[in-house]
Each structure stands twice: as structure tokens, then as C-alpha cells.
Design a protein around this ligand. Structure first.
Ligand code: GLN
Length: 481
């Protein structure tokens, strides 16, 4: 389905300066576009920002990279088309770590100002990171510049900034939201996610963008969605029919797991609140969870090195860069455009990924990481009592003593001060320790604000469920917020 973009919006966005913005809150916005005319629909008049790696043909889409500085996508991503069809207005594009690689939204081209976390408890605090890579989207929602925002989450890029900025961040089950028009980082992990101020809003936006799409072959088919719906309905019916001594409460019968291996546990007050709403809590074991971070960085970098191979020819790079220079061969131009166009972090990932895929390293690195991913997926399936909707007939039997959902803190700490030296065990890569496992397993996970840390900055708790069980994730999320 194609939506025609209002002309005014299209013209205005394209002539907007890229280096600064006239928006009152310049940290989050790259190209504030003129909102389209209100139309009818479930999102009529709602202003939604989109991360700068989601194609929108009314504005340049740069992935916050010099190499795509002049890139005007020829079409609009399916998820944005769905928002527009539902009456939403696209409020602007938000800054991100270049190509989604990073956890702090600090890997930016030199012509973008940094994103500051707006959740500061006092005005004179030194600026802190909004998290990454969807830091612009999270900050835009937290500062109230838009009603909701789209981000992308490959290994935590929606959940981590949500936790740092004190908003809700949903990474849906892999394949439920079309990736058509979303500029790829690592295809087997990339998910379009939602940032919002509350769980109901996240659910509303998810309801609009989650649908089959023939333009993305990894997008779940109607039959898979139906299987997920039937699995959820039957589980909810089971919960509702459990004998109860007291009046039914929102979490009656729900079993929640706390991963034994998690370095951090949610606050005791949260646990007793959930128990008072009818949930039971048990400890579960995911023995391979500590291997998730290295496996993730091998797989994500390998896929990125392959995906980013397409940049540097005659099509990408800024207009001046891609112009062939006097006496320059095609290969020389490619080297120059890539050397100038990619930032340091992206180059690092390309090198690491290319190494993992090289003939000498492939078995020892890439295949091992794939194997670890498989072990981790199995760990999750071993602890859930809800069957995987797509493998119900062929997969292992669900664990009757297992849990329905997992909870754990989203991040290992609150937002770090921008430019500060990380403490031991808190490097940028280690920030993702608690978010990458659900990404590798393709499961839905949502970070929900859960109070403040000792320093007064927001803390988020993540809820993870079986594939396709967003309905249960939202239910528990509502009880936490
Ligand atoms: N921080 C992780 C990375 O750099 C995750 C990023 C993401 O989810 N896009 O790869």
C-alpha cells in the first residue's frame, strides 16, 4: 500500500538544513518535517517521530552517517506508510548512532550535535547519554516533542534508551513488524520498535505497524500470526479458569521468572507489588546467557560487514564525495568514499565482521556464535510453559513447571554522563549485556520505567515473553508502570 505524502511536507523537509534544527529541542531532531494533514484513523493527529534509518520519502534518511548524507529514499518504509494510513503525522527524524551501532548515541557524524538525556533530575546536572542507538527517539518522547516514536532494536537499541530516558520501549517479536524500507544493520536481528510514554500508547502503535507484508520475506505470515493469537487466547483462557480464593486480579495465575544468572534483580518492592496482583515469582536458569554478548557482537558485525558492502559506489556518499575525481579509478573512489563516509565505530564493526566471515576464521568464530545463539534459544524454550506458536507440533514440549514471562533490569546502570570514562565492566559494549539475549532469541521484550536509581535517574525493567506473546508482555508492563 502506498500513501501519497503531502507536497508541502515533501518540499519543506528536503530544503531543511541538516546541521541544525529550528525545533525548540534541537538535541533529538534532524529534519523536523511539516506535519501532514490530519486524516481519520486510529492515530489521527498523533505526532510520531521516526529514527533516521527508517525510509521516509518526504525527507532525507541518513542513518546519521556521512555516507548517506544526501540520500533521499525513493520510497517510504512499510511501517511509516502504516502510521500515515492510520492518520499519524510524521513529526521528524531522530538522531541515532551511525547505522544503529552503539549504545549511547554518541557515534554521530561531526555535523550533528549530541543528544542529551532530558530526564535530568536537576537542571544543573552534567548532560547524560540518552542511550542508543535510538537515543533521539527516546529523548524526543521523554521531552514531550512527540506522542510516540519508532526506533529500531538489533541488540537493545530501543530498550536501553527507554530505560535511560524513563519511557517505555518495545522490541516486538522478530518478524512481526515489516523491515521493508528499514536500512539494514543485521537482518537476522533487526526489529522496528516503539518508544512511548506509557504501555497503552506503545500497544496502540504496535497494533498499527504489526501486520504481514509481502515486501519483506522475513515478515510473519497471516498463518503465523493466527497461531500466535490462538496460543495466547488459549493461555489466557487457562489463566482465567484457574480456581481462585480471592477476587480475580490483573496478574492472576501469571508465572514470572527471575533469571538466576542476571547480575541484577528488580527491586523487592516491585516483586511484592506483582505478587499482590496475583502473579507468582520463581527463579529460572538460562545457563548460556553470559555467552550472548560475544555471540551477538560476532553475528551482528558479520551481518553488518556484508550489508554495508553496498555503500561506496556511484550511488551512495555525499554528492561531492561520490563524484569521480580526475585520474581516480573506480576502486580508488570506493576506498575514498568509504574511508571518508563511515565513522570509526562502523569501520571497527566492518573489520570485525569481515574477519569473522573470512575463510580462516569462519568455523571458529561465526559458526560458534551461531551455535551459541541456538543454545540460548533453547534455554528460553526450556523455561517457558507457553509453547512456541510456530514450533508447537515439532518443537520440544513446553515446560509445564515453567514461567509465562521473565523480568530483569533493562540496563546494568543508569544513563552515563556524556564523555565520561566507563567504570570497569561498564564499557559501551557491556551496556547491552541484559538486552542482547532476547534479540538473539527473537523474543518480544519491553522496557518499562520502574522508578529511579540512587542518583535520581530513571531505571527500567524489561519484560520478555514467548514469541508472539506481546499481549502478555503489555499486561505485565501495565502492572509495572
Ligand atoms: N548497542 C548494540 C550495538 O551496537 C545494539 C544496537 C542496536 O540495537 N541497534 O550493536
Amino acid at each position: 500500500m502506498r500513501v501519497s505524502v503531502p507536497r508541502a511536507a515533501s518540499t519543506l523537509a528536503k530544503v531543511k538544513p541538516r546541521t541544525s534544527s529550528t525545533h525548540p529541542t534541537p538535541y533529538s531532531w534532524i529534519n523536523p518535517a511539516t506535519p501532514g494533514p490530519s486524516t481519520s484513523g486510529v492515530l489521527a493527529g498523533k505526532s510520531i517521530a521516526i529514527k533516521d534509518n527508517i525510509s521516509y520519502d518526504a525527507a532525507p534518511t541518513s542513518c546519521s552517517s556521512s555516507i548517506l548524507r544526501d540520500y533521499d529514499p525513493p520510497y517510504t518504509a512499510t511501517c511509516v506508510t502504516s502510521l500515515l494510513s492510520a492518520g499519524a503525522q510524521i513529526a521528524g527524524q531522530t538522531k541515532m548512532d551511525e547505522f544503529g551501532m552503539g549504545s549511547l548515541t554518541t557515534h554521530l557524524p561531526p555535523f550533528y550535535t549530541p543528544v542529551h538525556n532530558p530526564a535530568s533530575p536537576t537542571p544543573d546536572e552534567p548532560p547524560r547519554s540518552a542511550g542508543g542507538s535510538s537515543g533521539g527517539s527516546a529523548a524526543a518522547v521523554a521531552e514531550g516533542s512527540c506522542w510516540a516514536a519508532l526506533g529500531t532494536d538489533t541488540g537493545g537499541s530501543v530498550r536501553l534508551p527507554a530505560s535511560y530516558c524513563g519511557v517505555v520501549g518495545l522490541k516486538p517479536s522478530y518478524g512481526l513488524v515489516s523491515r521493508r524500507g528499514v536500512i539494514a544493520y543485521a537482518d537476522s536481528l533487526d526489529c522496528v520498535g516503539v518508544l512511548a510514554r506509557d504501555v497503552n500508547t506503545a500497544e496502540e502503535v504496535f497494533g498499527v505497524i504489526s501486520h504481514p507484508d509481502e515486501g519483506d520475506m522475513t515478515c510473519a505470515l497471516p498463518s503465523s500470526r493466527q497461531a500466535a493469537k490462538e496460543t495466547l487466547d488459549s493461555h489466557l483462557a487457562k489463566l482465567a479458569s484457574l480456581p481462585s480464593t480471592s477476587a480475580p486480579s490483573p496478574l492472576s495465575g501469571l508465572r514470572i521468572g527471575l533469571p538466576a544468572e542476571s547480575p541484577l534483580t528488580p527491586a523487592k518492592s516491585l516483586i511484592s507489588h506483582l505478587t499482590s496482583l496475583g502473579a507468582s515469582i520463581q527463579t529460572v536458569s538460562l545457563p548460556n546467557i553470559d555467552l550472548a554478548l560475544p555471540a551477538y557482537y560476532v553475528l551482528a558485525s558479520a551481518e553488518a560487514s556484508s550489508n554495508l558492502g553496498r555503500y561506496g559506489g556511484g550511488w551512495f556518499g555525499s554528492v561531492q564525495e561520490r563524484e569521480k575525481r580526475e585520474g581516480e579509478s573506480g576502486a580508488e573512489r570506493r576506498i575514498r568514499v568509504r574511508t571518508e563516509g563511515f565513522g570509526k565505530e562502523v569501520k571497527k564493526r566492518i573489520l570485525a565482521g569481515t574477519y569473522a566471515l573470512s575463510a580462516d576464521e569462519f568455523d571458529n568464530t561465526y559458526l560458534k556464535a551461531l551455535y551459541l545463539r541456538q543454545l540460548l534459544r533453547q534455554d528460553y524454550q526450556n523455561i517457558f510453559r507457553i509453547p512456541h506458536p510456530l514450533h508447537a507440533a515439532s518443537g520440544p514440549r513446553p515446560n509445564a513447571d515453567g514461567v509465562d514471562l521473565l523480568i530483569h533490569p533493562t540496563a546494568i546502570r543508569t544513563a552515563p554522563v556524556l564523555g565520561s570514562k566507563p567504570a570497569k565492566g561498564e564499557t559501551e559494549y557491556q551496556q547491552d549485556r541484559l538486552t542482547v539475549p532476547a534479540s538473539l532469541a527473537g523474543l518480544p521484550a519491553m522496557s518499562v520505567p520502574a522508578g529511579k536509581g540512587d542518583d535520581g535517574w530513571p531505571v527500567g525493567v524489561s519484560v520478555t515473553g514467548q514469541w508472539g506473546m506481546e499481549g502478555l508482555v503489555f499486561r505485565l508492563g501495565r502492572a509495572i508502570e
